[in-house]
Every structure is written in structure tokens, then in C-alpha cells.
Ligand binder design. Structure first.
Ligand code: PLP
Length: 465
């Protein structure tokens, strides 16, 4: 290390690319030299930027070839780690978008692996003719959702985009192109994405009607559009001087005007298994929606997918739209959806609760008393006092069931620095994602249901040596 007086002088000591590239530490790596070269150039450029940004008055140290080669090796090793890697969900949020939403069932995982090689994705094995990738899924999903027909795309946003792009133009040119959406339903979902923008991304304009707090039937009646859109306010509630038109009234108007009604439900609840109160896909079709769009990885408990369910002619228009090809799911996703749909289709065993055999549904329905019993056992095994077990509230999350919580219990370890402990768990192997609340660390047993004790005890023991 050198200690020159100024940054510019320091930069003269920055090693050349070839010196770092030929460093024994990098030469031995099993990476193509062209790639290593690129990361070496990057490392030198960021070192140069760091030195130039240093305060002028300060003496600047510049990294030598040893240090830069070590940095590049660390970077490449980090990039070579499998990703996304498994983490343990102790947040108490069952559908957490940042950590992969629904954990798939064992059958879905096996189905994805089986479909990963060559498979009969689009060949009819009986005749040898070209088949449809949706052939098996369509009747099964249509029956489950009590819909005339269904179509499957990559995610809920894609389902909404496809529905609005296909149905927001008039097949007979009687109506101007456009989709009407109440200002009270211009929902923003995660990562700053707005439902209205996603719906319009295919080029069909979205026509905002009504006001933030009140939208009337006459607003829909007067809108010059080809389709009506209703969006489930999945992540917020409005109260006070508010009014939205209920779906059945909207459906009646849509029928009278000869317009399709698209309902973006967000989550594909089938009703059984999860707490009551969340409207189901079938109930929205019965209420008169032409098409219902939703995510396959929210209340269905499957892989990332988007499903459109409803009127057969409307589904046919979506299926023929060019975007349908751009948004179609791949073989592994289809295999996982199929296995997840089967779990919903299976009758519950005699005397057992009506819950599909899927991790999401099992976690949602396990009685709080069972979580308490397990929590006490874990406290005993860890040598923690019983006060380290606290009642808590878990949530479904994923924009499902706003305001609805589930009774739960959480481990609240006797540690002083909650944020530091959370970081330790997060950086462990396997990483555990916990919650900090009231300056205390909370590990919710509802989302830990199904996780082996052995995977928890080691990291938790290390918290309170
Ligand atoms: C989650 C959600 C979407 C988007 O679904 P993704 O599967 O995340 O693409 C769209 N609309 C509503 C109302 C949602 O809750």
C-alpha cells in the first residue's frame, strides 16, 4: 500500500489490468478469461472512482494487485452461488413477495423437475400431432374455478394486461377503444407498479372515471369505452364518504351496454382452506364478471402465474391476441400449476379439515394452539424462558385479505440488540428472515410451520450463547 499526498498521485499506483488478470489468485479460477477480464476492469474502475471521490485533504491508499485480485475472486465466487437460494420465512407473512410468495408443495416441485427435460409440452402422444401446452390444465382449472374456460400466462400483471389489450378494443367498432376504471381503484401494488399502467401497457387507453372517494353507476354508463375494469383494492381500505359500484350492479350495466367486464381480483382464492371473508374467483364470475384475472402464487399457493377465468368467447379473444404468445408460461411453471390445481381438486380425507395439501394452506390453517405447543418445546430445547414465547398476529400478505390477520405465536428471543440479531440470522446458513417490532426480534411460528427444528435450533442457539 502506498500513501501519496493527493488522489491523482495515488492513481498512478493503480495496477494495470493484465497484472491483476495474471495474478495467481485469478489464473486458477475455473472461469473464462474473457469474463474475468471484464470483472478486473470493473474492479479497477471502481477503485479509481473511490480514490477520486476521497476527500482531497486526506491521504489516499490505493489497492494493489493482491487486493484487487482478492476482490475480483470474491465477486466471482458470490456470483457463482446458486440464486435465488432458499431462506426460512419467520416473518409471519405467509405470502411475502420479497421471499418468493407461496412455497410450492412437494408434488409441484417434483412436477417441475420432471418437466425440466424434454417433455410432451406441445405434442399429442396418442396421434403424434401438435398439441396444446394448455390441454390438460384447461379443463381442470375451468372446473375448479367454475368457469367456462381459462387461460394461463406468466403472472397476474400479464393476465390483466392481456385481458385489457384483447377486450378493450371493440370487435364490431361500436365502441371507441378504451377501458374504464374508477379513480377509487387506481391501485398501486408492490415496487411502485400501478394497476392502471399495467392494464394500459398494451396500448389500449385506460379511461379514469369517478373521483378518488366516490364513483357512481352513471360514471360507468357515460364512459366511452369498449370494456369496464373493476380492481380489487387488495392492499388498502377506504372509509368515510366513499362509494364504489358493487360488481353485480356493474355486471348488469355491462350486459345492457354489451361491454365485457374484467375483474382483477389479485389473488386466486378457491375459498376452501383459507380464512373466510376473501371473495373467490367463482363468486366473481357468478356476480357477472366476463373475465376474472388473478395470480397463481397468491391464494392458490402455486408458482408465479397469472390466470384468466370466465366467458369462453372472451377467453378465445385473449388466447388469439399476439400478447398471448409473448406472455405464455414455460413448461416447468405449467407443470407446477397442474400439480397445485390437483391438490385443490383432491377431496379432503374423511374427518380431516377441508384444506388442500399445500404448504400455504397448511400454514394458514394450523391451529394457534399447536403453534403455542411447538413454541414451548422450542423454548425448552433452547433453554429460553417461557416468556420468550409471545402471542402474535400473522398475515396472509401478497395483497390478499387486507386487514385480516391470523392468530399466531412467535419466539421473541432474549437478546438485547434486535436489529443486529435479525442481521445475524439473515446472513446465516440457511438465512432466516425474522421481523423486528418494538425493538424486539420476532420469529413467527405460523410461517415456520413445516420447517424442521434442526434447521432452527442451531442458528437460534447461537443468538443467546
Ligand atoms: C398482486 C396483484 C396484481 C399483480 O399480480 P402479480 O402476479 O404480482 O403480477 C394485480 N392486481 C392486483 C389487484 C393484485 O393484488
Amino acid at each position: 500500500m502506498t500513501r501519496p499526498a493527493s488522489a491523482l498521485a495515488a492513481l498512478r499506483h493503480l495496477p494495470k489490468v493484465d497484472r491483476v488478470l495474471d495474478h495467481p489468485e485469478l489464473a486458477a479460477l475455473p472461469w473464462r478469461r474473457r469474463l474475468v477480464h471484464r470483472f478486473v476492469v470493473d474492479a479497477i474502475a471502481s477503485e479509481r472512482a473511490r480514490v477520486l471521490e476521497a476527500k482531497p485533504a486526506k491521504a489516499v491508499e490505493v489497492a494493489d494487485a493482491d487486493a484487487l485480485a482478492a476482490r475480483v475472486r470474491e465477486r466471482l465466487e458470490a456470483l457463482a452461488q446458486p440464486h435465488p437460494r432458499p431462506v426460512i420465512n419467520a416473518t409471519g407473512v405467509l405470502l411475502h413477495t420479497n421471499i418468493g410468495r407461496a412455497p410450492l408443495g412437494a408434488a409441484a416441485i417434483a412436477a417441475m423437475a420432471a418437466a425440466a427435460g424434454t417433455c410432451d409440452l406441445e405434442i399429442d402422444l396418442r396421434t403424434g400431432a401438435r398439441g396444446s401446452r394448455f390441454a390438460y390444465l384447461r379443463p381442470l382449472l375451468a372446473a375448479l374455478f367454475e368457469a367456462e374456460d381459462v387461460h394461463v400466462v406468466n403472472n397476474g400483471a400479464a393476465a390483466l394486461l392481456l385481458a385489457c389489450s384483447a377486450l378493450g378494443v371493440s370487435p364490431t367498432k361500436q365502441h371507441p377503444t378504451g377501458v374504464a376504471l374508477s379513480r377509487g381503484q387506481h391501485v398501486e401494488i408492490g415496487d411502485s407498479f400501478r394497476v392502471a399502467d399495467m392494464a394500459a401497457a398494451g396500448g389500449v387507453p385506460l379511461v379514469a372515471i369517478g373521483s378518488t372517494n366516490r364513483t357512481h353507476l352513471r360514471d360507468y354508463a357515460q364512459a366511452e369505452v369498449s370494456a369496464l375494469l373493476w380492481v380489487h383494492p387488495s392492499n388498502f381500505v377506504q372509509s368515510g364518504f366513499v362509494r364504489e359500484v358493487e360488481l353485480p350492479a356493474l355486471a348488469k350495466l355491462a350486459r345492457e351496454r354489451g361491454l365485457p367486464l374484467i375483474a382483477d381480483l389479485g389473488s386466486g382464492s378457491l375459498g376452501h382452506g383459507l380464512p373466510p371473508g376473501e371473495p373467490t374467483v367463482a363468486s366473481h364470475i357468478q356476480a357477472g364478471a366476463t373475465l376474472v384475472t388473478f395470480s397463481g402464487d397468491k391464494l392458490l399457493g402455486g408458482p408465479q402465474a397469472g390466470i384468466l377465468a370466465g366467458d369462453a368467447a372472451a377467453i378465445a379473444r385473449c388466447r388469439r391476441h399476439p400478447l398471448a404468445r409473448a406472455l405464455r408460461p414455460g413448461k416447468t411453471a405449467l407443470a407446477a400449476i397442474h400439480a397445485t390445481a390437483l391438490a385443490h381438486a383432491r377431496a379432503p380425507e374423511a374427518g380431516k379439515p377441508d384444506v388442500p395439501d399445500l404448504p400455504l394452506h397448511t400454514q394458514a390453517m394450523v391451529p394457534a394452539e399447536a403453534l403455542r405447543a411447538r413454541g414451548l418445546e422450542l423454548c425448552a430445547a433452547l433453554g429460553w424462558p417461557e416468556s420468550a414465547l409471545q402471542p402474535s398476529r400473522a398475515t396472509i400478505g401478497g395483497g390478499s385479505l387486507p386487514g385480516e390477520d391470523l392468530d399466531s405465536f412467535a419466539l421473541v428471543p432474549p437478546v438485547a440488540k434486535a436489529h443486529r440479531a435479525a442481521a445475524t440470522l439473515r446472513r446465516g446458513n440457511p438465512p432466516i428472515i425474522a421481523r423486528v417490532h418494538d425493538e424486539r426480534l420476532w420469529l413467527d411460528l405460523r410461517t415456520l410451520h413445516g420447517v424442521d427444528d434442526e434447521r432452527l435450533l442451531g442458528p437460534l442457539r447461537a443468538l443467546t450463547p
